[in-house]
Design a protein around this ligand. Structure first.
Ligand code: ATP
Ligand code: MG
Ligand code: MG
Ligand code: MG
Length: 558
């Protein structure tokens, strides 16, 4: 690569609307350009980095046994109607209509497409498990596209989907994928933390997010020395699609009612309903009771897990919180609050009831008036300082960038879309599914977020646009120029990726650009050094400079 020909227009000034380091530096280093809000072009250097990250992702996916495919970004609306997500997904889904009036969307994710793909051709348990993946462009009409590649409307994702005959098989692939995701972060040079998370619009119960630790990250994390870590998912409860409005407060006299069962009887709640206690904060004595129709189970829900902030209290926990077994403490839901039933709940609670006086209960009690918690957020979010659900120690806080996420989907899509296989006994069963996403372009930005200084980017060797930049101090000089060209050729012959800054520019300009672009190694070739048979080697990360004899340079580089 020759800098004189490279399309890498660097900028001296910080672009006005770039708030964070990765956005600013990727623009300044001539790696990306904005095309529209949340839509970016990758220039040659940015694209080289992107391709390297893709390469790492591909190797790690192939190692799990997943097979690469390529699905269309353009997806027919019918499939989304089948899964029910055409209505559920909301305005983030980019919808369009073709000339024949057929509805389509630009894929934000590919569960519908892949389920439709395999449902007629993956027929027998003998073909399972099966994992397929693609590296492809995704579209999400984000309400606030910002921070450059971190939250864009068109971005590159690696998405994988796995199909299984049973839960044990899904668990195995989920674990393998989780290992692969950790490897991807490590190989890209990211300091990261896997955290328990909410499954959002993808659905499912068990899910882990991989967070690149960074102050600029939009996600708030809590973690504990015991190993527990979770996304606090600020606002996640409110954003979930299935909601239930708490009615106006109604105080009812319930003489002699002490248990949930008695309350259910008193309120005439059908026996078929599951009676479950959910609490915002057991230690605050705040308890919300939800009665869920039918035989739906709530027992997947734990504090800071499937639904952050809600706890299904055990008898011991209730006792510790000063609550009688089966009785209710003060209730905490504001009037008009949308109580949320996430996918793991599979049903909207029909009655939300609580009490703060003996003999009295409230239906739809008001936040802040009827008990101590001040805001809905308090009820909903696990915060630093809260006790760890695993060991009870106070939780620490950090910020992170969600670079990837793995999900156990279960049979959500296979049931909705009729995707079945024949088991050993010839019986038709829905596939058990998993899905696994890596934000490839977001990972690129996260790497810059973690590896930069006041001069520019400091690429880890594994994803750098090239390994070495050779900088002749005087272009056209009859000694310096040929010596630099020779060094570049020799290093390239060793298998290193080499760029030579053969531009007729002042040394200061070349040094500044080299630091800004962030080549891991710089080799400066100048007249004075050459006279003694030396070049100068600079490590971008430490700024360390060393005079190295030309004769030993190649040896040093291997
Ligand atoms: P977020 O919580 O940041 O909105 P998400 O949970 O909606 O992300 P997923 O559906 O889990 O995203 O998609 C898988 C991966 O795709 C994410 O972990 C992230 O790395 C990447 N991704 C999602 N949305 C964007 C976006 N708008 N821009 C860039 N990458 C994104
Ligand atoms: Mg999102
Ligand atoms: Mg998320
Ligand atoms: Mg996610």
């Amino acid at each position: 690569m020759r800098m004189s020909q490279l399309y890498a227009p660097t900028l001296k000034e910080d672009p006005a609307d770039a708030e964070i380091a990765s956005h600013r530096l990727l623009l300044r280093a001539g790696m990306i350009r904005k095309t529209a809000s949340g839509v970016y072009t990758f220039l040659p250097l940015g694209y080289r980095v992107l391709s390297k990250i893709e390469g790492i992702v591909r190797e790690e996916m192939d190692a799990t046994g997943a097979q690469e495919i390529m699905m269309p970004a353009l997806q027919p609306a019918e499939l989304w109607h089948e899964s029910g997500r055409w209505d559920d997904y909301g305005p983030e889904l980019m919808r369009l209509v073709d000339r024949h009036d057929h509805g389509f969307c630009l894929g934000p994710t590919h569960e519908e497409l892949i389920t439709a793909l395999v449902r007629n051709e993956l027929r027998s348990y003998k073909q399972l498990p099966c994992s397929l993946y693609q590296i492809q462009v995704k579209f999400r009409d984000e309400i606030r596209p910002r921070f450059g590649l971190l939250r864009s409307r068109e971005f590159i994702m690696k998405d994988a989907y796995s199909f299984h005959a049973d839960q044990a098989s899904l668990q195995k692939t989920y674990d393998d994928m989780s290992v692969a995701y950790g490897n991807i972060c490590e190989r890209c040079g990211l300091e990261y933390r896997p955290v328990e998370a909410d499954s959002g619009q993808i659905g499912g119960k068990v899910t882990t997010e991989f967070m690149a630790l960074a102050e600029a990250g939009e996600a708030e994390l809590v973690y504990c020395t015991c190993g527990y870590a979770a996304n606090t998912e600020a606002g996640a409860c409110l954003a979930r699609p299935t909601c239930y409005e708490v009615p106006a407060l109604e105080k009812i006299s319930t003489p002699g009612v002490h248990t949930i069962e008695e309350l259910a009887q008193f309120l005439d709640i059908p026996e078929s309903s599951t009676v479950k206690a959910l609490s915002g904060r057991g230690d605050d004595g705040v308890l919300t009771v939800m009665f869920v129709p039918g035989d739906h189970e709530l027992n997947e829900i734990k504090a800071g897990r499937a639904v952050p902030g809600f706890a299904l209290l055990t008898d011991e926990e209730m006792e510790a919180a000063g609550l009688h077994k089966g009785s209710m403490g003060p209730v905490g839901l504001p009037e008009g609050t949308r109580v949320v039933a996430d996918a793991s709940l599979q049903a909207v609670p029909q009655w939300v009831v609580g009490a703060n006086e003996d003999g009295f209960h409230y239906v739809g009690a008001r936040l802040g008036e009827d008990f101590k918690v001040d805001t809905w957020d308090d009820l909903c979010i696990v915060k630093p300082g809260d006790s760890c659900p695993d060991c009870g120690l106070p939780l620490e806080g950090a910020r992170g960038i969600e670079v990837s996420q793995v999900f156990q989907l279960g049979d959500k899509y296979s049931v909705a879309m009729g995707a079945t296989f024949a088991d050993e006994n010839g019986e038709e069963k829905p596939f058990i599914m998993g899905c696994y996403g890596v934000g490839v372009s977001r990972t690129l930005a996260a790497v810059v977020e973690q590896h930069n200084d006041e001069h520019g980017i400091m690429w880890p060797l594994s994803v750098a646009p090239a390994h070495v930049c050779v900088i002749p101090l005087t272009v056209g000089d009859e000694l310096v120029q040929p010596a630099a060209e020779r060094v570049a050729r020799e290093l390239a012959a060793l298998g290193l990726e080499v760029v030579i800054d053969d531009r007729d520019e002042r040394a200061g300009v070349k040094f500044a650009d080299a630091d800004l672009i962030g080549w891991p190694l710089q080799i400066v070739v100048g007249k004075r050094g050459l006279a003694e048979g030396n070049v100068e080697v600079k490590l971008r990360r430490t700024g360390e400079k060393k005079s190295v004899p030309l004769a030993t340079l190649a040896e040093m580089m291997t």
